[in-house]
Design a protein around this ligand. Structure first.
Ligand SMILES: NC(=O)c1ccc[n+]([C@@H]2O[C@H](COP(=O)([O-])OP(=O)(O)OC[C@H]3O[C@@H](n4cnc5c(N)ncnc54)[C@H](O)[C@@H]3O)[C@@H](O)[C@H]2O)c1
Length: 429
């Protein structure tokens, strides 16, 4: 474990300045930013966070190996100082403490505007552990029971991916706001329309916790797109490479033979999360995998592909290549890049603009860890909770979440048809 962790200790002094809240206003009206602006030097606490690992912070697979993406990077970054906008506490329920222990990974239990009222997991031992980690006494045997608690205003759904659609519908139907781990829907489009209907009619908040959205590179791309320094995006690329000779453990084995484009949001965010647009058509190719779980008869999806490469047409008329791969060892990660009419962003901006806007990310409340996946966890929680307190649309709202997720489901269909060009349903408010 030690060697792997240190391999990730590349210190990045990116020296780019952030202006996060404006990003949110890209999709909403008012934000903490217009309230007050202060800046300070924040160090994302590597040592601190990993101390938690010893107490089961930082998720590992069955063999206690750190799962890719949960490393916390030591990053010296100029961030805003977090400024409270209210002393209100949103009463939250948390569901799901599986192999990634995701329910406790986002710092809800540490956020000054949150009271974790109750938690749940189907496995009593996991449920008890989640309660302990979150410091709460109240537990429920299932999400279906937890949502009946009238004292809960919002629920974080960190359950198995195939259940996200139905679990979010259950939460919304009980009049509660919902935040959910990726993807928004899995394998079927029905739940997508049902979710749109319930969110439109109820006005409740829905946010998908796409970790790529607050990685410093994607955050900067979104800022630069908003300020026009990239111009219209002509071409984008995103990828999620995660080699698994054996699938990571999962509830009811949902990860066994998982169609790569059923898990498309980490990569798709590198276009849709930058422009706020969508994908309209796709031609996707897959390659039959040598790994045993990807023999069609060996998995519930009858899926032969462990690598799928999708070529999308975007709603802006641009081209976008999105790759997801489970069977190619070596270089790995969740990342992307964009090329626009005025500039490009790989790991930095290059282009026609001379005066760039402030690109570093916002700060976090004291005690809320930045977390894994490029220090994105705490920022996602703060964005969701702030959107409830400010009664505005969260950054990754349902339309964006579905445009990121459904496009992958259609891409897998195209791969099964050897790259046939297929139209993609569009979601908007
Ligand atoms: N970077 C990222 O965004 C990222 C990284 C890792 C995992 N994830 C997502 O996080 C989620 C959780 O991942 P995991 O590996 O822990 O999953 P998992 O399959 O190991 O665990 C899911 C947990 O949900 C619980 N659950 C299912 N239905 C329930 C119900 N009705 N009531 C209460 N509990 C219920 C199960 O008991 C189980 O413990 C997945 O959807 C995965 O896609 C996202």
């Amino acid at each position: 474990m030690k060697s792997k962790l240190f391999a990730n200790l590349g210190v990045e002094a990116n020296g780019i300045k952030a202006d996060i809240r404006n990003t949110t206003s890209h999709f909403s009206t008012s934000s903490r930013r217009s309230f007050l602006r202060l800046s300070g030097l924040g160090v994302v606490g590597f040592g601190l966070f990993h101390a938690g690992c010893a107490d089961r912070g930082g998720s590992t697979d069955g063999a206690d190996e750190l799962i890719q993406g949960f490393e916390t990077e030591a990053e010296v970054e100029k961030t805003e100082t977090w400024v409270p906008i209210s002393d209100r506490k949103v009463r939250v329920g948390i569901v799901g403490y599986g192999v990634c222990r995701f329910g406790a990974e986002f710092g809800f239990q540490n956020h000054p505007n949150v009271e974790v009222v109750a938690v749940s997991d189907l496995f009593p031992d996991r449920c008890a552990k989640l309660a302990e980690v979150c410091g709460v006494a109240k537990t429920y045997p299932s999400l279906e029971e937890l949502v009946k608690d009238d004292n809960i205003e919002a629920v974080f759904v960190a359950t198995d991916a195939p259940s996200h659609g139905k679990h979010c519908l259950e939460v919304l139907k009980h009049g509660k706001h919902v935040a959910v781990a990726v993807p928004a829907v899995f394998g079927s489009l029905e739940e997508a329309d049902q979710l749109m209907e319930v969110v439109k009619s109820s006005g409740l908040k829905y946010m998908m916790f796409e970790t790529s959205m607050f990685r410093s590179n994607l955050y900067a791309m979104r800022q630069l797109y908003r300020t026009g320094d990239l111009g219209e995006i002509v071409y984008s690329e995103g990828e999620y490479y995660h080699y698994m000779s054996e699938p990571i453990d999962s509830y009811q084995g949902w990860r066994i033979g998982l169609p790569p484009q059923f898990y498309p949001t980490h990569s798709n965010a590198y276009h849709i999360g930058v422009t706020g647009g969508s994908f309209t058509e796709v031609s996707c190719l897959g390659m039959k995998s040598a790994i045993k779980d990807f023999q069609p008869s060996a998995n519930n999806y009858k899926n032969p592909f462990a690598t799928e490469i999708a070529m999308f047409r975007t709603s802006e008329g641009a081209m976008s290549r999105m790759a997801v791969s489970w069977d190619t060892p070596g270089d790995h990660g969740e990342r992307g890049r964009v090329r626009g009419q005025k500039g490009s962003f790989y790991e930095k901006y290059e282009g026609l603009s001379k005066n760039l806007p402030d690109l570093s990310r916002p700060g976090l409340p004291e005690g809320v860890p930045a977390g894994g996946h490029g220090g994105s966890h705490g920022l996602l929680t703060d964005e969701f909770i702030t959107s409830i307190i400010q009664d505005r649309t969260p950054l990754v709202n349902l339309a964006m979440a579905l445009n990121m997720s459904v496009s992958g489901i259609v891409a897998h269909q195209s791969a099964l048809k050897d790259g046939e060009l297929l139209k993609i349903p569009q979601y908007s408010f």
